[in-house]
Design a protein around this ligand. Structure first.
Ligand code: GDP
Length: 444
């Protein structure tokens, strides 16, 4: 899981301050040393780490004047704010041209996810802006790249302009732009060639495409898993092309976090999107504040809310919160939630966004196989209404009957009920506590 090590180490660094009425110089020094090591170990650029630690330290020294929060909480807040700042403060929207088409040039090393991202972004523009994009296949050096883009185009129903591998990329782009003009496409996305590493010939070609098309957006696609290399790549491309933004891919993998935390500071260019999966809908707007919360293990509650909003009614949410608070959350509600969650996407991704869940040991015990979800549902369907409303009724003989009813082993029924109870307790605590997750995190 992304950022896991960094999250754990940052939490540990700040746990030292827990319960302290006042933070001494030496406590603060110790915490800052650990934060520094945590960041370096996560492959964050050295000068970014130095600047970050210096700023947090300076702010933390004056922190005891703040009211309302205890010193440890204040430092968590400072770290959270400075992480956000390091990553760019606010989400940066995609540039748009006054006249059509808006030209987006995709650049990046081979394997970074350029072609995939070109498709994902086209789909996003189509879905969210009702756009009519055209994809141009200008990577003629990797023959499979054109086929891949064609396939992506078919999948998302976006036209792809291509001329095979024998025509010069500049000529392809020129013709592609003409086609876009004739067809009134409002966005053109150019999938350019990648290399294993930056070389002059590649950069010249990209510069020529830039000169020809005057792109509104030059998006550099970098693989978050490559850490410092991603940062060096970004610096190289930016020097040559003056990029307008970065797309950080593979944040669904177990990246340590270095790239996300360094790129903005090193290139002074915003991360605009993050790729979080291989599927076409796995591209999200990058929100520095949410990413900071995620890194701190506070859970990406805002993303969760946004994701949920589409198929979620506010009244329902209120009812649910009340049930969590009153501890009257039953299996019927659980079933509703499971159905909601299943609609939203892979369960692991959703669970990790809940505050306090990112590193919650309880999460590790919950099995996330979609098949298991069906089994859980089968178990619940075998309960009587009374049992669903009042899980305390589930004594051994009722459990045996349920197991027989749904054809699942009794151990599985027991395990599911135990997990349900654990979850219920946790939800009850969370619903009463501070939802920002800060309280949870510090355990006070
Ligand atoms: P290109 O050479 O830069 O065009 O890279 P591709 O678009 O071909 O991507 C290389 C590989 O990375 C493919 O297998 C993609 O499915 C995969 N990929 C791209 N973006 C993501 C992402 O956000 N998450 C994951 N897990 N895989 C990705």
């Amino acid at each position: 899981m992304a950022f896991e090590g960094l999250t754990e180490r940052l939490q540990k660094a700040m746990r030292n301050l827990r319960g302290k009425g006042k933070v001494s110089e030496s406590d603060l020094r110790k915490t800052m040393r650990e934060i520094r090591l945590a960041l370096l170990e996560a492959d964050v650029n050295f000068s970014v780490v130095r600047k970050f630690v210096k700023t947090v330290q300076e702010r933390a020294k004056g922190a005891d004047v703040l009211e309302g929060l205890n010193p440890a909480q204040q430092i968590v807040k400072i770290v959270d704010e400075e992480l956000t700042k390091t990553m760019g403060e606010e989400a940066t929207p995609l540039n748009k041209s006054e006249k059509i088409p808006t030209v987006i040039m995709m650049a990046g090393l081979q394997g970074a996810g350029k072609t995939t991202t070109a498709g994902k972004l086209s789909l996003k523009l189509k879905n969210e802006k009702d756009a009519r994009p055209l994809l141009i296949a200008a990577d003629i050096y990797r023959p499979a790249a054109i086929d891949q883009l064609e396939q992506v185009g078919k999948e998302i129903d976006v036209p792809v302009f291509q001329k095979g591998t024998d025509v010069d990329p500049i000529e392809i782009v020129k013709q592609g732009m003409q086609v876009a003009k004739e067809n009134h496409n409002d966005y053109v996305l150019i999938d350019t060639a990648g290399r294993l590493q930056i070389d002059e010939k590649l950069m010249d070609e990209l510069k020529n495409i830039k000169e020809l098309t005057h792109p509104d957006e030059i998006l550099l696609v970098v693989d978050a898993m490559t850490g410092q290399n991603a940062v060096n790549t970004a610096e190289g491309f930016n020097d040559a092309l003056d990029i307008t933004g970065v797309v950080l891919t593979k944040l669904d993998g177990d990246t340590r976090g270095g790239a996300a935390l360094s790129i903005r500071e090193v290139t002074q260019k915003p991360i605009k999107f993050i790729g979080q999966g291989e599927k076409m809908d796995a591209l999200d707007v990058f929100h520095p504040d949410r990413m900071a919360s995620r890194i701190l293990g506070m859970g990406d509650i805002l993303s969760l809310i946004e994701k949920t909003q589409k198929d979620y009614d506010e009244k329902e949410a209120q009812k649910l919160t009340e049930k969590m608070q009153n501890n009257t959350f039953g299996f019927e509600d659980f079933l509703d939630q499971l159905n909601q969650i299943q609609k939203m996407g892979p369960l692991e991704d959703i669970m990790k966004m809940i505050p306090g869940m990112a590193n919650n040991p309880a999460l590790k015990n919950i099995n996330m196989d979609p098949k298991d979800l069906e089994h859980i549902k089968a178990i619940i369907y075998s309960m009587t209404k009374e049992e669903k409303d009042n899980p305390d009724l589930l004594n051994p003989s009722r459990r045996r009957r349920i197991a027989r009813g749904c054809g699942r082993p009794i151990q599985e029924v027991n395990r599911m009920i135990k997990q349900f109870n654990q979850m219920k307790t946790m939800m009850n605590k969370m619903s009463k506590g501070n939802m920002s997750g800060m309280e949870n995190m510090l355990g006070n």
